[in-house]
Design a protein around this ligand. Structure first.
Ligand SMILES: [Zn+2]
Length: 444
């Protein structure tokens, strides 16, 4: 074996399944060659730094892909180039080996550093080899869980002040996949083509596209087999901490995250799972890889509050196909979620100016001149708003602000209703539509 071959194949020494005779000739060469021995030490040092205690069993396919790429890089290595050019393939090889390790050992940097047993990594790698298969075996599932929220409000809303509200997720994995998420005052359904939102109390029936945002964080529960991948990606981008422990046939995965978003103004803080400091405790069956439980705690000033709790998950039970359709009462029709509004009075202005115009219009009982602003509200809701806010008197309108992940802006207001009540609140306006028209989104 010559030096070039040795350096090109050196990474095989870190691969337990590498060809035995190749390993033997690599070792022989390194023992006799100072230059290769030095490079081997350096590679080992780099890898040890990256990856202190964890033992890796790479899934075969992943390993092949990465090593094939490595092979391609090495075709470009030619002897006789200047020194720094010779060094670069070495860095590439180290990075490639490191990439394999990082891909397998998921977020080793986030793992509990005190776990010197290697159990975490073993649990992780065996989980990944098998979790991909789990979904193929499951035909459907029903998740029963409770969330501290308002029964009628959106599915994202949480708050320590609310009672636990029962929720149900029904999912069919047969193609096309279908699902239904339900709480007492609200249902969101996906029939394989469209999402539907139904709020019985105000007879709001909205039909949206496949990717409509009627539910957000909860989507992760619709595909239990990809929870870990998604949580890992989330952890990497937000420096959350992940720990995994295997015990008595169960895999315990805990993620501790910080609230995401801009909290210069903390109005939205702790109003959704993503916008709160929280700890998510998942339990998986280590053999079937199926999700068995989840508890989410909101962490606020050293106080923990259980905010979401999965009480039961049934896999492969009989599901009546009629759950994937909603029959509307007579006289109610699905309204298409249309965001292509045009209104030049409400584009190209600030949200504060838009709020001033909106309150001024309500003061003179005018809900029709700029009806696009109210596009998100149906007939019934609009009637309620008209009767309550028509003829109001503006006391004060404050400076707009953004908070958390909310795409729009909040405008603080103080008004006097026609019955004399003083009302303070924050009008939520958003203009994330194609013509940037400010539309009322909530806060009344
Ligand atoms: Zn050599």
């Amino acid at each position: 074996m010559n030096c070039n071959d040795c350096k090109n194949d050196m990474h095989e020494l870190f691969d337990e399944s590498a060809d035995k005779s190749l390993i033997a000739s690599l070792k022989n060469h390194i023992e006799d060659c100072q230059s290769c021995s030095a490079e081997f030490d350096e590679m080992q040092n780099v890898l040890t730094t990256l990856h202190p205690e964890i033992e890796i069993n790479a899934p075969l396919l992943l390993k092949q892909n990465i090593f094939n790429d490595l092979g391609k890089n090495n075709i470009n290595v030619k002897e006789g180039k200047v020194k720094h050019m010779q060094f670069s393939p070495f860095i590439k090889r180290v990075m490639a080996v490191a990439a394999v390790i990082m891909a397998i050992a998921i977020s080793i940097f986030f793992f509990d550093k005190k776990d010197t047993s290697g159990n975490t990594a073993k649990a992780a790698s065996s989980f990944f080899e098998n979790s991909i298969l789990a979904n193929d075996l499951v035909k459907n599932m029903i998740i029963k869980f409770s969330v501290r929220t308002e029964p009628n409000d959106n599915f994202e809303l949480i708050g320590t002040e609310y009672n636990m509200v029962e929720h149900t997720i029904i999912k069919s994995f047969d193609k096309p996949e279908k699902w239904r998420v339900e709480k007492p005052g609200r249902i969101v359904l996906f029939d394989g083509n469209n999402q539907y939102l139904w709020i019985p109390e105000i007879k709001e029936a909205v039909k949206g596209p496949k990717n409509a945002g009627f539910i957000d964080w909860m989507k992760i529960l619709l595909d239990p087999s990809s929870i870990l991948w998604k949580e890992e990606a989330e952890a990497k981008s937000n420096s959350s901490k992940i720990t995994m422990k295997e015990s008595k046939g169960k895999l315990y995965v805990t993620i501790t995250s910080k609230a995401q978003g801009n909290f210069l103004n903390d109005y939205m803080k702790n109003k959704s799972i993503n916008e709160s400091d929280n700890r998510r405790e998942y339990v998986f069956d280590n053999k079937t890889k199926l999700l068995k439980g989840l508890k989410i705690y909101l962490l606020d000033k050293k106080k923990e509050t259980l905010i979401l709790n999965i009480e039961n998950i049934d896999y492969d039970v009989a599901i009546d196909p009629s759950v994937f359709a909603i029959t509307l009462p007579a006289g109610v029709e699905w309204k298409e979620l249309g965001m292509a509004v045009t209104n030049e009075n409400f584009s190209n202005i600030t949200s504060k100016r838009a709020a001033e115009l909106i309150f001024a219009a309500m003061a003179r009982n005018d809900f029709d001149s700029n009806k696009e602003v109210w596009e998100q509200f149906n007939f019934i809701t609009k009637k309620i708003i008209e009767s309550k806010y028509g003829g109001l008197q503006v006391i004060k309108i404050g400076e707009s602000f953004k908070s958390g992940n909310y795409p729009g802006e909040f405008i603080p207001y103080e008004i006097k209703l026609k019955d004399g009540t003083i009302r303070r609140g924050k009008l939520a306006l958003r203009n994330d539509n194609s013509n940037k028209v400010w539309m009322v989104d909530g806060g009344l």
